[in-house]
Design a protein around this ligand. Sequence first.
Ligand code: DC
Length: 224
Amino acid sequence: MPPNIIAIDGPAASGKSTLGRRLADALGYLFFDTGVMYRAVTWGALQRGIPITDEAAVTALAESAQIDVRPPSKEDGRPCDVLLDGVDVTWETRRPEVDANVSPVSAYPGVRRALTIQQRRIGLRGRVVMVGRDIGTVVLPEADLKVYLDASPEERARRRYLEIINRGETADYEQILAGVRKRDEIDSGRAVAPLRPAEDAVILDSDQLDADQVFARVEALCKK
Ligand code: DC
């Protein structure tokens, strides 16, 4: 029997989503990328003209917003549908202005409380691969398998850079690297649920391993 609840944590662009999706497909489990919930709240605030610095208003939005994550309804490369109050905001959540504002939003304790409750409810149903920053430490400490996927800022910036270039867009590597470092700093330095491996997590460094090797390691852990 493979582990029922699998938690994958790690910094931005370490390959968590690629690994998580592949693992969920292989096991026939639900793939749940919790970052999209923080992104949906951030997009909602930007769209409604709520200043990102207004903690009370952003928190109220997180508490009242209906965020749904569902299997993909379109074949346009999306891993899942993200709905905010019934509206499809899947691609909006990947916009650069969301990238730039999501870390402060995810540092607000009230926002985390509201979203953690929803994530826990979904995770406890089991047969799930849940991906984020604090799944093994806070959201689902009872997870049966915890993986912490790490990679250097330079390697992660390189991947983001290639991703954008391969889409036919232009990108500046140094700017991306600065963005990765800034997000790491906020994600690791926040008071509530900072980014760190759980004590019982298996730590994998994807600087040394390509996506297939990472997957093979985790697949082997699932068979143990
Ligand atoms: O993984 P991502 O880039 O989509 O995450 C977006 C932001 O949300 C990132 O700044 C970290 C934060 N996040 C979090 O604090 N806790 C989670 N469980 C998932 C994401």
